[in-house]
Design a protein around this ligand. Structure first.
Ligand SMILES: Nc1nc2c(c(=O)[nH]1)N[C@H]1C(S)=C(S)[C@@H](COP(=O)(O)O)O[C@H]1N2
Ligand SMILES: [Mo]
Length: 428
């Protein structure tokens, strides 16, 4: 499947590159002003009074939940037909190419279920803490809402995100290659407070988090992480969790792989060793080149992707001022810098990070450039606050082989063609 495309693109020296950038900024301004002034003389969309200004607008909606403009009807989650044999053991993908900033709107957060969306009744919702505790406890939702709350913005990435690209290029669009990712502000109760209420025994080392859905999805979590920054969330971006995201409550495990973020959470059992459940043995382990499996790859490595231009977000103009934008994130902290390459990784220029730089949260970056209309091999490379540099696909394969599905955090290449179309390619 891999297509080793290597259009010949000149790699300029850094001196001439600086000169190019300087002149391109000036030229970019002129180009935009040029096309805009042509428009000012001939464009009836600005000279004529439009229909929407001739009559009163639609009245205030007095009851309903607000919806996006009908013109945005294509901004939706999508799935890949061959990937999901049933709608219950399924995944869909966040339309990253349509979004900006760092927050994922609730209705666009990708979903991953092992047994469909559990329809939990909030009145009958219960969370139990048992095992190595002084006082086993059962909380209602109202009980949980009486504990002191915390707000935090965190990304959730499924370990399988970009997994289909391990062996070669497969999917044309960052929605499909990178869209098992969302970034949400959660409101909830720190696990530490709930465990204090139950009283941990001195032998308490591990937590088993179990969901109320039919898969009873469960994972083992080390106590140190649980006490550090995990919480039971009941709100996302200010409103109640969506059913798809675990209504009425889910586990938040900042920076760690998505399968640990148990939805519809019903039980936290405290133990002194891990449980080695299905989702941490036969699944969510990494098969290495020597046939051995790596277990407990919890932290999500530093990663980035250009979200536009990208295969689903082609460039519509012929040349001139162009916004390159994307996302960068790391399970180990914040993003220190993002570099962008226009020539498949030979030369790099620093991108501009804009918006909040928060721990274990998506970061938004921009690179504003003057496109000369020629083919470009676009890449982004992130460096996190621990100093870790996002690897190339070749570097990752050297260490991990090609048997893996999970934890592919390699640099993505988009081939921007002269006609503005963008294709997913791999360069060697
Ligand atoms: N109870 C339960 N929790 C679950 C799952 C599940 O199937 N059941 N899927 C897990 C996986 S594999 C991922 S990647 C995330 C996905 O979270 P999302 O659906 O909010 O995107 O939830 C995790 N929590
Ligand atoms: Mo996942």
């Amino acid at each position: 499947m891999s297509r080793n495309k290597k259009p010949s693109i000149e790699a300029g020296s850094s001196g001439s590159r600086r000169a190019f950038l300087r002149s391109s900024i000036a030229a970019g301004g002129a180009l935009v002003a040029g096309s805009s002034s042509a428009r000012a003389q001939s464009d009836t969309a600005i000279t004529q009074v439009q229909d929407w200004a001739r009559r009163l607008g639609k009245g205030v909606d007095r009851t309903a939940y607000g919806q996006p403009s009908p013109h945005e009807k294509d901004v939706v989650r999508r799935h890949v037909e061959w990937l999901t044999p049933s709608v219950q053991t399924a995944v869909n993908f966040t339309p990253l190419h349509e979004l900006d900033g760092i927050i994922t709107p609730n209705g666009l957060c990708f979903e991953r279920h092992h047994a469909g969306v559990a329809e939990v009744e909030p009145d009958k919702y219960r969370l139990m803490i048992n095992g190595l505790v002084e006082r086993p406890l059962v909380f209602t939702l109202d009980d949980l809402k009486r504990f002191p709350r915390r707000n935090q913005i965190n990304f959730l990435e499924c370990a399988a995100n970009t997994g289909m690209e391990w062996r070669g290029v497969q999917l044309n669009g960052c929605q499909f290659t990178h869209g098992m990712l969302h970034n949400v502000m959660y409101t909830g109760v720190p696990l530490r407070l709930l465990f204090e209420a139950a009283g941990l025994k001195t032998s308490a080392r591990w937590v088993m988090a179990e969901g109320a859905d039919a898969s009873a999805m469960n994972r083992s979590l080390p106590m140190s992480k649980a006490l550090d920054d995990c919480m039971i969330a009941f709100k996302m971006n200010g409103e109640a969790l969506r059913p798809e995201q675990g209504y009425p409550a889910r586990l938040v495990v900042p920076g760690w792989e998505g399968s640990l973020w148990v939805k519809w959470i019903r039980r936290l059992e405290i133990g002194d060793e891990p449980w080695h459940s299905r989702e941490e043995t036969s699944k969510y382990t990494d098969l290495l080149a020597n046939g051995k499996s790596r277990r407990f790859t919890w932290e999500m490595d530093c990663k980035s992707v250009i979200t536009s231009p990208s295969p689903q977000a082609p460039v519509k103009h012929k040349r001139g001022q162009t916004v390159i934008t994307g996302l960068a994130w790391s399970g180990r902290g914040t993003i220190a810098r993002v570099d962008v390459s226009l020539d498949g990784g030979r030369n790099w220029v620093a991108a501009r990070i804009d918006g909040p730089s928060l721990d274990k949260s998506l970061h938004r970056f921009y690179y504003d450039f003057d496109w000369n209309g020629e083919a470009v091999l676009l890449q982004s490379r992130a460096v996190d606050s621990s100093g870790y540099i996002q690897p190339t696909k070749a570097e990752l394969r050297q260490v991990r082989g090609t048997n893996s599905v999970y934890h592919n955090n390699s640099i993505q290449t988009w081939y921007l063609k002269k006609n503005g179309e963008v294709e997913n390619v791999e360069i060697s």
